[in-house]
Ligand binder design. Structure first.
Ligand code: ANZ
Ligand code: ZN
Length: 858
């Protein structure tokens, strides 16, 4: 037989065959337990990169493994296909967004198929397709009906030249528009929001239901939700019948308040401002309104603020304190107003020093209760309450409770929990997204588009100039429509939805992807969900995962599904890094020098001759360190590429691309190929392998190696997915088989069979080919995973190494399971030892059980 391993040929052959026999189809009726494994679906940029290959290979191994372990598996794929790049292609190159997107999808689907992934392509979804976004719109209306979708004014980035709203990413560090270069303004526009804050507490609390998630992702989510426990306190405004409510985490410091600060955009600002201060306040408010939140809260910037002339009364002391406005107080957090306590808050301290405001100490260190009167910095730790009337002498911790209780009794405050999480702004003034299915009627207000009129399709006859706002808003024939409720001429909502909405529910749709009557059948979604193993990049640790959890909970509360959390286990895979060189004397993108331009023996800048630093960094165009999957596959085949990414690093760690290691995996697969073809070609080789008892010691040893491999590989792949160590075990087994001197024995046949079966999830094509060479008719991927036989692991004999002063002098076979004293006795009596220790004084004997005995002699 032709004994050459030719990956190109066999990979194509088996991919065709698998398609023909429907190997990857999701079982519909089966009594087997379910397993749903999912990679985060890609944005169809047009070309597959190594990060994709790694991501999809991980879930593919899991899918194949779980099938062999007796599960029915759902392993789908789709496209996160709405978003800006398609629209930019339209603006810059005149290609319609849908054409551009579908071309990319076709190209990437082809690339994915060439990877031989066991994906059920019948479940494929594309979020930009009307049969998908019909349901995105329907889900939006579910939120609307539940009171969880609403409109309010919000500050957006506005490009005054192009007359359009910009995403944050489209504004550079200097606050200029990426397209027009204009200084971007902040503008208040009516925007749609989803009320994720209603679910803040559950989203936080249910992180405890996710033991299968990395701690660091849960911490990031908890910080994003940002629960804070404190108090709401009210300060009556002097000369007005109104109060300023503040949110504070330190009610224990309320006797130290020396001023109150409003966010400049607070509705009370205008009214508390005295006539004398009016012009200055207005100018300041205008200035601040053009700053981004980041600028306003940056630690290193001086806090800016001015007095309004107004005053409030501290209800605890009866004292009057001034009302200021300052940029560091954000309107969207808490009540948009804070009480300033310079003695105990670092930010207030700086501000008070700068503005010459009084600083009053009300918390003292426990060991120096009355020492500090004029502090040099804010004391922010707990301590003993001073200068606070009836609360003096209490610990600050107790005072927090006591002061809130007092305020509550007096009617000017109460305990309050606050979250940093804000409602989700989902409006985009863009074309390439799902239109928000609302019609604005002068009589009825915002009216949902009736179910039977969904989807609200994106019109195709639009112009993409990139100017003058959303192309949808400019298309009158599309915008003007009668109110579905009263028939009065109304207008369509022209905002489309944030693309994060599309990806917040796609994993649900996969369970019933072709349903044209319902968003999904509840029975199916409840059967397959939750996703047992979700795999994706850490960059989605916060938003995508939080939004998906939110959607799941809302749809549960709407009675559409019956579980609380969508993703049971989460694996955040590491990055694929490539070799690159850096010139430390250069800045910006110029500092990266592609490795193809550098002599590795003496790395120097080809332009300047300066020495370069060698390093691994995430593959990217700008660093010139990308490796194109097609090139690797053309040279070595898919199986080698898979083996390399799986072997080089555990899935959650970064992976350094290394051609030599790729070749190493290619050689390994060649060795396996040779082992099996030699076995098949050997006329004496045993065709029996089941339940054969080993007869000789050689056979016993081989059998032990086989069952050790089964045990180790099974442990490595279960739960933790340590594919790299699993592959090392496969290598050990292949070495044991290569070294075995019983190649005609049925035990050897068992070893060959085991090796192929366990290789199957990792290198599916070569395993399938070899499996068939063994004479099997059915696919190796439908075979059952193996269980080790514990008895086979027990060794009768072990090889004991004899050392003298740490140097190996020989070895001998001894019974297994001897204790230290017995091992020493065997060693002493051995010929080797006799030769070396005769007539010498033995100072010490070191025994390592089951391994060695070392005689230390004088
Ligand atoms: C008085 C005080 C005294 C405060 C003290 C702290 C220390 P977290 O933990 O993040 O919730 N704050 C409240 N609303 C704000 C807003 N809209 N913009 C800026 N700052 C605001 O922080 C709550 C604390 O941040 C509050 O407690 C308030 O300052 C400030 F010794 O009130 B504190
Ligand atoms: Zn109406």
């Amino acid at each position: 037989m032709d004994t050459r391993y030719n990956p190109g040929e066999i990979e194509q052959k088996w991919q065709n065959k698998w398609l023909e026999i429907g190997l990857d189809k999701t079982p519909t009726d089966s009594n087997k337990p379910k397993f749903y494994t999912l990679s985060m679906f890609p944005y169809p940029s047009g070309s597959l990169h190594m990060g994709h290959v790694r991501n999809y290979t991980i879930t593919d191994v899991i899918a194949r493994l779980k099938r062999m372990q007796g599960y029915r598996v759902l392993h789908p794929m789709g496209w996160d296909a709405f978003g800006l790049p398609a629209e930019n292609a339209a603006i810059n190159r005149g290609v319609p967004p849908s054409k551009w997107t579908y071309q990319n999808i076709d190209q990437m689907r082809g690339q994915l198929k060439s990877l031989g992934l066991s994906i059920d392509w019948d479940c494929e979804v594309a979020t930009c397709s009307p049969d998908y976004y019909k349901w995105t719109q329907w889900i939006f209306l579910q939120f609307f009906q539940a009171g969880l979708a609403y409109q309010k004014e919000a500050a957006v980035n506005w490009d005054p030249i192009d007359q359009t709203v910009l995403a944050n990413e489209q504004v550079d560090n200097e606050g200029r528009s990426w397209r027009s270069g204009a200084i971007v303004e902040r503008k208040l526009l009516r925007q749609w929001f989803l009320k994720i804050t209603d679910y803040a507490e559950e989203l936080l609390k249910d992180l405890d239901k996710l033991p299968g998630w990395p701690e660091r992702v849960k911490t990031m989510q908890a910080n994003w939700i940002g629960k804070s426990t404190g108090a709401y306190l009210e300060f009556p405004i002097v000369g007005m019948d109104e109060k300023i409510g503040v949110y504070t985490t330190r009610p224990d410091t309320v006797y130290g308040v020396s001023y109150v600060v409003l966010a400049p955009e607070h509705p009370l600002t205008e009214r508390v401002t005295t006539e004398a201060r009016q012009t200055e306040v207005e100018t300041f408010v205008k200035e601040v309104s053009n700053q981004t939140e980041l600028e306003r809260t940056a630690e290193d910037r001086p806090k800016r603020g001015i007095p309004t002339g107004g005053k409030v009364i501290n209800p605890f002391t009866g004292e009057e304190v001034p009302i200021w406005i300052a940029d560091y107080v954000l309107y969207e957090y808490g009540t948009g107003a804070v009480m300033g306590v310079p003695a105990h808050d670092a930010r207030d301290f700086k501000f008070a020093k700068q503005q010459d405001l009084p600083i009053k100490v009300v918390i003292a260190r426990a060991d120096a209760a009355d020492a500090v009167l004029i502090p040099h910095e804010a004391y922010t730790e707990p301590g003993i309450v001073v200068n606070s009337d009836i609360f003096n002498g209490m610990s600050s911790v107790d005072a927090k409770v006591a002061i809130v209780e007092y305020a509550q009794k007096q009617g000017f405050g109460q305990a309050r929990v606050q979250y940093r999480l804000r409602d989700w702004l989902i409006s985009r003034q863009r074309y390439w997204g799902a239109p928000i299915p609302i019609i604005h009627c002068p009589n009825c207000g915002a009216v949902p588009v009736p179910d039977q009129d969904l989807p609200v399709e994106l019109p195709e006859n639009v112009e993409f100039s990139g100017r003058g706002g959303s192309p949808l808003a400019q298309l009158e024939s599309w915008v003007n429509v009668d109110c579905p409720s009263c028939g009065t001429p109304g207008k369509r909502e022209t905002d489309t939805m944030d693309t994060f909405i599309d990806s917040s529910w796609y994993y649900l749709r996969f369970t019933d992807a072709k349903n044209d009557r319902q968003v999904f059948d509840s029975t199916k979604v409840n059967d397959w969900m939750p996703v047992n193993q979700y795999v994706g990049g850490i960059e989605h640790a916060i938003l995508h995962l939080l939004y998906s959890r939110f959607f799941t909970k809302v749809l549960r509360d709407r009675g559409l599904l019956n579980f609380d959390e969508p993703f049971q286990h989460l694996l955040t895979q590491g990055m694929v890094q490539g070799l690159t060189y850096m010139n430390p004397n250069k800045g910006g993108k110029d500092k990266w020098i592609a490795s193809s331009l550098v002599n590795p023996a003496d790395p120097r800048d080809p332009e300047t001759g300066e020495p370069l630093q060698k390093l691994y960094a995430t593959m990217s165009k700008s660093k010139g360190n990308g490796v194109v999957p097609e090139d690797v596959i053309a040279k070595y085949g898919v199986d080698t590429a898979r083996m390399f990414v799986l072997f080089k690093a555990p899935p959650e760690k970064d992976l350094e691309w290394d051609e030599a290691d790729v070749e190493g995996q290619f050689r390994f697969l060649n060795r396996v190929w040779r082992l099996v073809t030699d076995f098949v070609d050997n006329p004496q080789s045993s065709k029996k392998f089941k339940n054969q008892e080993p007869k000789s010691k050689i056979e016993k040893d081989l059998r032990r190696a086989i069952h050790t491999a089964i045990k180790e590989v099974s442990e490595d792949v279960d739960g933790e997915y340590q594919f790299n160590t699993a592959i090392s075990e496969l290598m050990k087994l292949s070495n044991a088989l290569a070294d075995a001197s019983c190649k005609d024995s049925p035990i050897y046949a068992e070893g060959i069979q085991t090796l192929i079966l366990m290789l199957a999830p990792f290198a599916p094509h070569i395993a399938e080919e070899l499996w068939h060479l063994l004479g099997n008719d059915s696919s190796v991927h439908t075979a059952s995973w193996l269980k080790h036989n514990p008895e086979a692991l027990i060794a009768d004999e072990i090889t004991l190494v004899i050392q003298v002063n740490g140097k190996k002098r020989g070895d001998l076979q001894v019974p297994a399971q001897l204790d230290k004293a017995e091992l020493e006795k065997y060693a002493r009596e051995s010929d080797v030892a006799q030769r070396h220790i005769e007539n010498k004084t033995i100072k010490k004997v070191i025994v390592v059980p089951n391994k060695l005995v070392n005689f230390v002699i004088g």
